[in-house]
Each structure stands twice: as structure tokens, then as C-alpha cells.
Design a protein. Structure first.
Length: 190
């Protein structure tokens, strides 16, 4: 497997970042639903929120790494022969939206927590796995800002879940119906 992307497949850094982020994003979407809709114990919920914030920072850092790698290795595999123009445009648009949401989700989550008045009231800090503190741009907090950023976070999660469903469906279509090797280019066997 190559280090750099080429016209036939993605390099191993692109593949590793893709699959690591896929796993983390699915985990974070599941954790977000679980901690807000299922867990009722406030102490357990608090711990899950702290875990969610920490992994959100990791998702953000990996999104930055993906963009840096994409700039460092700008060649991308060619589209399959005969792929319709509308499908190419849809794929590019979906990928751009996925990248935008990979940044919108952790940023809106951080801003939601930073804008919380409860965070200031109880002296809660946004820390990453208890190792270091993230900046707090809203001291004191603002209920209106918290509500706005929370809505952005929630709607971004819905949009991300929908786009991921389309992305996986398209990858499976390419693999099982079209059999054009698109999924294999992002796999680890080629």
C-alpha cells in the first residue's frame, strides 16, 4: 500500500484517517443519543458529556489532519469510467458537506458547552480527557448562545447521520452493484 494518494487508490494515511474518523463519528453519534435520550442519572450523564467533549476534540483534530493530508497529497483516484456527471457532482457535494460537518459538529459542541451558564456557575471546565483545558470564549455564559449552538449541533448530527447513510449506501452500490472498485480503493487490501 502506498503512502501517497495516486490515480488508482488512496494512500494509507488517507485510508487510516477515513476509517478512524468513521468509527469515531459513529461512536459519537451513538453516544450523543444515548447520553441525551436514554441516561437519566445526572452523575452518569455528566461523565458521558465529559467523555463526549473529549472525543469531540479528537474528531476535530483528525478532521484537521485529514485536510492537511489532502493538501499534502492532492492527487485523488479517478472516478470510474462512465460515471454520469450528475453522480460526480453529487459525490463531490456530499464529500464537501461531510467535511463541513466534521468541523461543524465538534465546534458547535464546544461552543454549546462554552456558552453554558451552568458551566460557569459550577466551575466546570472543558477539558480533553482531563489533560488540558479548552478555551472558554463565553464568560459569563449565555442561555441564548447555548440554545443557538445546541440547535446547530443537533441539526448537524441529523444531517451527518443522513449523509453517512447515503455515503455508505453509495459505497455499497459501487461495490456490489456496479463492481467498479471504488470501495476497494479505500479498503486495506489494495
Amino acid at each position: 500500500m502506498r503512502l501517497r494518494n495516486d490515480e488508482t487508490s488512496w494512500g494509507w494515511p488517507a485510508r487510516l484517517l477515513h476509517w478512524a474518523m468513521a468509527a469515531l463519528i459513529l461512536f459519537m453519534l451513538g453516544l450523543g443519543v444515548y447520553m441525551t435520550k436514554v441516561v437519566t442519572d445526572l452523575y452518569v450523564q455528566f461523565d458521558l458529556y465529559q467523555l463526549h467533549k473529549s472525543w469531540g476534540f479528537v474528531v476535530f483534530a483528525l478532521a484537521v489532519a485529514r485536510v492537511v493530508w489532502r493538501v499534502a497529497s492532492p492527487t485523488v483516484p479517478a472516478d470510474p469510467a462512465g460515471m454520469p456527471a450528475w453522480e460526480r457532482a453529487a459525490a463531490r457535494g456530499a464529500h464537501a458537506a461531510l467535511y463541513a460537518l466534521m468541523f461543524a459538529m465538534p465546534l458547535s459542541g464546544w461552543l454549546t458547552a462554552s456558552a453554558s451558564e451552568l458551566q460557569d456557575l459550577y466551575g466546570i471546565r472543558n477539558t480533553v480527557f482531563g489533560r488540558f483545558e479548552l478555551p472558554d470564549p463565553f464568560v459569563p455564559g449565555s442561555e441564548a448562545l447555548e440554545a443557538t449552538f445546541s440547535a446547530v449541533h443537533a441539526w448537524s448530527a441529523v444531517a451527518l447521520a443522513g449523509l453517512l447513510t447515503l455515503h455508505v449506501g453509495a459505497a455499497l452500490r459501487h461495490h456490489f452493484v456496479l463492481r467498479d472498485g471504488v470501495l476497494k480503493r479505500m479498503g486495506f487490501g489494495r
